[in-house]
Design a protein around this ligand. Sequence first.
Ligand code: PMT
Length: 405
Amino acid sequence: MLTGKRILLIIAGGIAAYKSLDLIRRLMDQGASVRCILTKAGAEFVTPLSVSALSGEKVFMDLFDLTDESDMGHIRLSREADLVVVAPATADIMAKMAGGHANDLASTALMATDKPVLIAPAMNVEMWNHPATQRNAATLASDGITLVGPAAGDLACGEVGQGRMVEVPDLIAAIQERLARATASLPLAGKRALVTSGPTREAIDPVRYLSNHSSGKQGHAIAAALAAAGAQTTLVSGPTSEPDPAGVTIVKIESARDMLAACEAALPADIAICAAAVADWRIAEEAGSKMKKNGGTPPPMAMVENPDILATLSQATDNRPRLVIGFAAETNDLIDNATKKRARKQCDWIVANDVSTGTGTFGGDENTVHLVTDDGVEDWPRLSKTGVAEQLTSRIASWLADRDT
Ligand code: PMT
């Protein structure tokens, strides 16, 4: 139920921190990835080594860790999660959250996050019952934070009452419920998306191939943005060194024909976006063994045309996605060629980008695109590829919303 979900777990300083180690394992068993922030007090109860060994990730502890901060550590940490969980949540961290403090990594990440937050309070019964804690709990609940527990029972301090951190299975159930609620409210909840990305490789012989410079950055960013907007997303990707985007089903292929088969297997979909740089041609007959130099004469290499995935999806009579979007990679007459390509392939929208030498479109982190639709041509400003992906996703969500209401 948690496949592809990213949890940021903040472990504060309480005896119940030992349960968080089990929580990490159980979350990962369910397919989630878990990044942890361990507070100074938390590190008195569990070691950074055990947390990192279980999560398989670096443990974040210090706001002023230069390497991470130069990379916007706390902002990225809190944004690159689907849910922030504080377990155990001590009286102190609750007070900081309620008061809006930001003086260490945990409190700063909690202030910087734009994601839902769930906390599992754990403390002595009198601390829990203290009017200040009760006031803070009410403030946090009214701020939209989900409180799970505390449960009643024997407490580590020897007293009995409400203050135990809830057991791990109950915490997992609450995390699942909170994530399901968060997903249901996203703009593309319930929609299915298919994205192609990266280059294809067309074999010449067992050791050589034809390909191009696509890095997969643009296509992968689109898949990530669609998934973050709640779409159930399949990414069909040629060989790239881009990391797999979270929350996306990824199908890795080599050739154009593999890509077409994988796309057809991923249907039905509401949205299809073809950002891959598919080889237009392949060698007519792939050699079964490594081709040898032949007395200085290069071997003849007849080519045949590959199937056109974008055109196939656009012109399908069965299972045509409601919105099919292509890209046009051009080195000259960008808008004119893109407009003709849209008409020829019969996709709904085309995203035109200039791939001439020096633009950095292939492999770079930024892109300047023009959106060609029935309504005309929109020139977008130069954006990061993530920015292009987010803007396109938001256009798709409005287009679907207009037609579904
Ligand atoms: O991967 P990056 O380094 O981030 O670079 C991004 C990008 C430049 C690859 C991307 O933004 C882009 O332009 N992708 C489309 C590349 C391309 O092959 O364009 P094209 O104009 O040749 O093809 C037009 C459309 O038809 C594209 O949607 C393409 O995916 C699709 N096509 C082409 C041939 C084919 N056999 N099947 C297809 O589906």
